[in-house]
Design a protein around this ligand. Structure first.
Ligand SMILES: [Zn+2]
Length: 138
């Protein structure tokens, strides 16, 4: 799949294989970003774009939701601000073993922003990097 974006002060267009991608369908599945798509960082607009790409690639709603954050970190967050043009093998990426690992449950510390996949950290709301419990704030 070929993905192109132009990012030009409010005039923002993403094309998949030459066709304009509309955020509306993905926003019905999960509305991260009412303002639509963005890229080049890890926020809500990039999450919306990742979700829309996976839906357009034919994933079910559930699979697209489960995998869109790892997809965002792999492909959308690293893009340059401004124009981009990339080719992504979505099927190949989904079948890669690290994708399943990236989609497993995790907890991200609001203090140090590191992510743990340790099940007891998740259960107890604990950050093993700062060595503290985060209470119910997560
Ligand atoms: Zn921490």
């Amino acid at each position: 799949m070929h993905i192109e974006g132009e990012y030009d002060d409010g005039n923002l267009v993403v094309r998949l294989d030459g066709r304009v991608l509309d955020p509306a369908r993905s926003q019905k599945v999960w509305n991260h970003s009412p303002d639509g798509f963005a890229w080049g960082y890890g926020g809500s607009g990039p999450a919306q774009l990742a979700l829309a790409i996976l839906l357009a690639a034919g994933l079910s709603d559930d699979d697209a939701v489960r995998l869109h954050q790892p997809f965002k970190w792999a492909f959308i967050a690293p893009l340059p601000q401004g124009r981009f043009s990339i080719s992504v093998d979505v099927d190949g990426w989904i079948k890669a073993p690290n994708v399943v690992a990236a989609a497993r449950p995790s907890i991200t510390c609001p203090t140090c922003h590191l992510t743990s996949y340790n099940p007891s950290d998740i259960r107890e709301n604990y950050c093993g990097f700062c060595h503290q419990f985060h209470g119910s704030t997560l």
